[in-house]
Design a protein around this ligand. Structure first.
Ligand code: GDP
Ligand code: MG
Length: 168
């Protein structure tokens, strides 16, 4: 039978942990100074969802998001999206609406999930739980609190997206 392959874009402000998340999910590792491997557009991992093999291709950026310079090629053909903000960065939380609109403008309404990363940095929290939940509710998105560092909820995020994609 046909193999299912999904292009997933991981978007959000710089330094929220997007590259780390992709690396954690696909390679099972966390490094403090992750540098994008030159020439690699995406990493992939296969998972089983409802007895079906699903190949997730997670597209990374080389930091262009910092200059608002992500090209159309990055979004082209995206079938699912992870919106990421950081527990320690209020601006990244405020930017989520903007990221959502960008993705929607490029590829329409695709399965999407909202992730608050770095929940291990409890003492540095600048986002109240109610605020994060209100954002998810307003955008009508499933919401996960995650720590890529501690490997909390990372697999769950991608499993949910794959399920959501298969249900279309
Ligand atoms: P990107 O710019 O969104 O791709 O972010 P990076 O993946 O490059 O991560 C930015 C910094 O945050 C790096 O120093 C990571 O090691 C760190 N980081 C990523 N995820 C976590 C996390 O869950 N907890 C903590 N404490 N640091 C993290
Ligand atoms: Mg990055």
């Amino acid at each position: 039978d046909m193999e299912v392959a999904i292009k997933v874009v991981v978007v959000g402000n710089g330094a929220v942990g997007k590259s780390s998340m992709i690396q954690r999910f696909c390679k099972g590792i966390f490094t403090k100074d992750y540098k994008k491997t030159i020439g690699v557009d995406f990493l992939e991992r296969q998972i089983i969802v409802n007895g079906e093999e699903v190949r997730l291709m997670l597209w990374d950026t080389a930091g262009q998001e910092e200059f608002d310079a992500i090209t159309k090629a990055y979004y082209r053909g995206a079938q699912a999206c992870v919106l990421v903000f950081s527990t320690t960065d209020r601006e990244s939380y405020q930017a989520i609406d903007n990221w959502r609109e960008k993705v929607e403008a490029e590829v329409g309404n695709i399965p999407t999930v909202l992730v608050q990363n770095k929940i291990d940095l409890l003492e540095e929290t600048v986002i109240k739980n109610e605020e994060a939940e209100a954002l998810a509710k307003r955008l009508k998105l499933r919401f996960y609190r995650a720590s890529v560092k501690e490997d909390l909820n990372v697999n769950e995020v991608f499993k949910y997206l794959a399920e959501k994609y298969l249900q279309r």
